[in-house]
Design a protein around this ligand. Structure first.
Ligand code: CUA
Length: 326
């Protein structure tokens, strides 16, 4: 029953973060290993449980039977050999398959044309740089459907782990070194995930969003990132553009197409296009953005963006500006 309910609870096709619902070849391959080990273990379980049930029924004490010890036996060479060799074989099968698979997945994609994305973990957000495209963004990873994407993963501070279950297993982001993995999405969609290595107070609020787009949509996004309109000419958004400097935002944040080039916090180019803000914990709405600007650590405990004690008019102008970036 436990086994059945485990399947019933986790096998739901709508589950957005289920490894049982892969959306690309890497996750599919890893799922096949899970099934391989599951069925091997299920077979062992059935044999052991079957023998146990037979023994319990066949050798149970019967009415009128004299209570005496059955003949005592010790050691059976044939059995000893069998139950040593069978587990060795099973472990060898699992070992060869999973080690070979790990080596296949922990290097660059088997394609020289794969798109490269440098992924940097920060407390508590994700930076994405596309060196071949000259684009940097944060928290919202765009990939083209049907193409292999090489991820080069590192960290600016402590260890994090990149985990988007429907696209692939976890890979750690370690300060001072680069780990590799590749992913590919079979079909368009938004795939979510979670930092999977405890990294501090904001760990649970370090969410992942991957937008897999058709090649045409992806190219349109690339063009919008390369040529953003980031300097409003007039109105409240213009005031927000100016406040971005006077309030000090520019010291940490970059916006392509402006003089603002801070690298401590997330790059905010085309922020209004992103579905989520604040490490992907809040939907990107003007009200949420205003709440965030008023007191970041109040919204997201452990956030390293300080409360800048912005005035209500500054918050209004900055929200107007940031929501104009698309
Ligand atoms: Cu980053 Cu947990």
């Amino acid at each position: 029953m436990a086994l059945l309910s485990a399947f019933a609870l986790t096998g739901c096709a709508a589950a957005p973060e289920s490894v049982l619902n892969p959306a690309g070849p890497v996750a599919q391959m890893q799922l096949s290993y899970m099934y391989l080990s599951f069925w091997i273990m299920a077979a062992i379980f059935l044999v052991v449980a079957g023998v146990l049930v037979v023994a319990v029924i066949r050798f149970r004490e019967r009415r009128g039977q004299e209570r005496e010890l059955p003949p005592q036996v010790e050691g059976n060479t044939a059995l000893e050999v069998v139950w040593t060799i069978v587990p060795i074989l099973l472990l060898a099968i699992l070992g060869v398959v999973t080690v070979a698979g790990s080596f296949t997945l922990a290097r660059l994609a088997p394609s020289s044309r794969a798109l490269v994305v440098q992924v940097t973990g920060h407390q508590y957000w994700w930076a994405y740089t596309y060196p071949s495209l000259g684009i940097t963004t944060a928290n919202d990873l765009h990939i083209p459907v049907g193409e292999k994407v090489d991820l080069e993963l590192t960290s600016k501070d402590v260890m994090h782990a990149f985990w988007v279950p429907r696209l692939g297993g976890k890979t750690d982001l370690v300060p001072g070194r680069t780990n590799y993995m590749w992913i590919e999405a079979d079909r368009p969609g938004v795939y979510t995930g979670q930092c999977a290595e405890f990294c501090g107070t904001g760990h649970a609020d370090m969410r992942l969003v991957v937008e897999a787009q058709t090649p045409a949509q992806f190219q349109a996004w690339v063009q919008s990132m390369k040529h953003p309109s980031s300097v409003p000419a007039s109105g409240l958004a213009r005031q927000g553009y100016l406040d971005f400097k006077t309030a000090g935002c520019f010291a940490c944040h970059a916006i392509a197409g402006t003089p603002y080039q801070g690298v401590v916090g997330p790059n905010l180019t085309n922020l209004a296009q992103r579905p989520m803000i604040a490490g992907n914990i809040l939907r990107n709405t003007p009200a949420n953005l205003a709440a965030w600007l008023r007191n970041p650590p109040g919204v997201k405990p452990g956030a390293l963006m300080p409360n800048l004690h912005l005035s209500p008019s500054q918050v209004r102008a900055l929200v107007a500006y940031l929501e104009s970036l698309h």
